[in-house]
Design a protein around this ligand. Structure first.
Ligand code: AQP
Length: 334
């Protein structure tokens, strides 16, 4: 607890421009917690380098993510909100090393993300990609986090974090709070528009597969028009209609309508009308975020100041947990 409030931690990698998957599965939900929780929202740049990054792009995207966090309603001057960049708080990397020593090879080998990413980057299956979950466990456990809002794809990593924390607590009682993952019913897994059996990912090379938060209205509508669907014409949720199911869940997230309401709205109308409506709903919902993003990006000095303040505050809490861990392990404190 911090100031009598439970603690939330979540992060997003600056490994590509943020997508509506990142938005609906994570970012959009972050602001719901700020009145009742102490929230740490991190730009996890150390995770991003498990895959090769172009330095200038990584730097630009880290600033942009900070601005997007703010544009999505996370006000860094609110005492319940701490926004910062992971590499600015060295305790993350320090605790990750320690937790590596409490994480099994077999456990890491079972992680779906490791299997997917090593298949995708066969030329660079590095140790960081393999031990990614130990760094993620460090991110979460450093703040004595109660709740971790994530999309479905990250649930397995939060479960491993719980196992690592329980194992550590058994050996060294009362060290870590055991965190819970929380996911929304809709939006927890937005699929690719080009291949709706695959998750929408910011690092996808096919630009038509992905809608970015900062895409303009015409681009958004064009991408939805091209979205892969099926040979049926009826807008309804059904097994085997992956493309339409995905579009219905995107439309539902942006409009708040239920599946039944959506099916009724598009009864007797073709996929063309529906795709246009999804594109418009998405573009309209993102327009205020984009305007706010532009305003925030125009004052880089201010943005950097917010980053620095966030890192100072995060480092304060992170150091407290790290010294406790070091003491319990038997490291000499001087
Ligand atoms: N398609 C998605 N639907 C719902 N939620 C999603 N998230 C990611 N994609 C979707 C959620 O966004 C948060 C941040 O994810 P991340 O950047 O830490 O890593 P990721 O899950 O690997 O996201 P990407 O977009 O797929 O990145 P790349 O392409 O770099 O691997 C998490 O809460 C995640 O669940």
């Amino acid at each position: 607890m911090i100031n009598d409030k439970k603690i939330i931690f979540s992060g997003i990698q600056p490994s590509g421009n943020l997508t509506i998957g990142n938005y609906l599965g994570a970012l959009k939900n972050f602001s719901e917690y700020i009145d009742n929780y102490k929230c740490f929202y991190c730009i996890v740049d150390e995770h991003a380098i498990t895959v090769r990054q172009v330095p200038a792009d990584l730097r630009r995207r880290s600033y942009e993510m900070m601005a997007l966090y703010m544009a999505c309603g996370l006000d860094p001057t609110n005492e319940n909100v701490t926004l910062y960049v992971q590499s600015h708080v060295p305790a993350h990397a320090e605790l990750a090393w320690i937790l590596n020593c409490f994480t099994g090879f077999g456990e890491l080998s079972r992680m779906t993300q490791f299997k997917d990413k090593s298949a995708k980057h066969a030329d660079n299956i590095n140790a960081g990609l393999f031990t990614y979950p130990a760094l993620m466990a460090a991110d979460i456990l450093l703040y004595q986090t109660d709740i971790v809002p994530v999309g479905i794809d990250q649930k397995q990593h939060v479960e491993l974090t719980r196992d690592i924390a329980n194992r550590f607590n058994q050996l060294y009682p009362d060290t870590f709070t055991i965190p819970e993952p929380v996911m929304k019913k809709t939006g927890a897994k937005i699929m690719s528009l080009a291949d709706p059996t695959k998750k929408m990912s910011k690092s996808d090379e096919n630009q038509n597969a992905v809608v970015y938060i900062l895409d303009d209205k015409d681009t958004i509508i064009r991408k939805f028009k091209r979205a892969v669907t099926d040979s049926d014409t009826c807008v309804r949720v059904a097994e085997g209609k992956d493309g339409i199911n995905n579009l219905i869940s995107i439309y539902s997230c942006f409009t708040g309508k239920t599946d039944e309401e959506i099916e009724r709205e598009f009864e007797g109308r073709g996929y063309g009308d529906f795709k246009l409506a999804v594109g418009e709903a998405c573009a309209d919902a993102l327009a205020p975020v984009q305007a706010e993003f532009k305003r925030i990006m125009s004052d880089k000095a201010q943005l950097e100041q917010f980053m620095k303040n966030g890192a100072d505050e995060a480092a304060y809490y992170a150091r407290k947990t790290l010294s406790k861990v070091r003491r319990k392990l038997g490291f000499v404190q001087i």
